[in-house]
Ligand binder design. Structure first.
Ligand code: SF4
Ligand code: SF4
Ligand code: SF4
Length: 205
């Protein structure tokens, strides 16, 4: 939506996003599955006009399947279905917008990244269903900086006072953690890490 001023009046115009703009913003995501889902959601919200079935039904179905994959509920069948949908859209869409959308999906569906999501991994650590934030106890100096920035009350622990022992490293309550990423940048010792939710392997900070 665009708001402009015209001789003192506020004029509100509905400006449909262009395919090129959607593509550009989708490319800013690291994870190809997220790129595809963002593209599809924005396409459905704007340029998709609903005039032909391969595009209108295909886009909706692709969105649902991409959402499943991102939420960790994807199965091999979703990959076959997405490829089939994109090929049908490419062949049967009435205009360039539908064909461009199909090509965008086909460009990424062939990569191993989609299969890795089905196996429970997001190599780019962007899909929240596949990651967890953890504190490495040996590295935690109990400074409390992470707790100060966590607005979800997901971190608990007590700040260590000089010359007094008995303090425990801070911990994260996984059920409260929204994976907002606010804490990781403030930790002075690198004690906060992102781990794969299934493999429990630290994947770096
Ligand atoms: S391919 Fe073009 S005409 Fe057909 S539904 Fe998609 S945007 Fe509309
Ligand atoms: S990722 Fe966000 S919600 Fe989770 S512990 Fe860190 S600051 Fe709190
Ligand atoms: S910021 Fe790092 S060192 Fe400080 S309490 Fe949190 S995890 Fe521990």
């Amino acid at each position: 939506m665009l708001i402009s001023f015209n001789f003192g009046e506020v004029v509100i115009e509905n400006k449909e996003p262009k395919i090129e703009d959607i593509k550009k913003l989708a490319e800013e995501k690291r994870c190809p599955v997220r790129k595809a889902l963002y593209y599809m959601e924005e396409f459905l919200n704007g340029p998709m006009c609903g005039s032909c079935y391969p595009c209108s039904l295909g886009s909706y179905e692709a969105k649902v399947r991409l959402q499943n994959i991102i939420e960790g509920k994807g199965v091999e069948e979703d990959l076959h279905a997405l490829k089939y949908i994109a090929e049908e859209m490419l062949a049967g869409s009435m205009c360039k917008k539908g064909k461009d959308t199909a090509q965008f999906i086909l460009q990424w569906i062939g990569t191993d990244v989609f299969s890795e999501h089905i196996e429970g991994r997001c190599p780019d650590r962007e899909c929240l269903a596949f990651i967890e934030y953890r504190i490495i106890p040996e590295k935690c100096t109990m400074c409390g900086l992470c707790k100060d920035v966590c607005t979800f009350g997901a971190i608990f622990g007590e700040k260590a006072k000089p010359f007094i022992g008995g303090y425990m490293p801070y911990k994260i309550r996984q059920k409260r953690c929204t994976r907002c990423d606010e804490c990781i940048g403030v930790c002075p010792t690198g004690a906060l890490v992102i781990i794969e939710a299934t493999g429990r392997k630290p994947v770096g900070v």
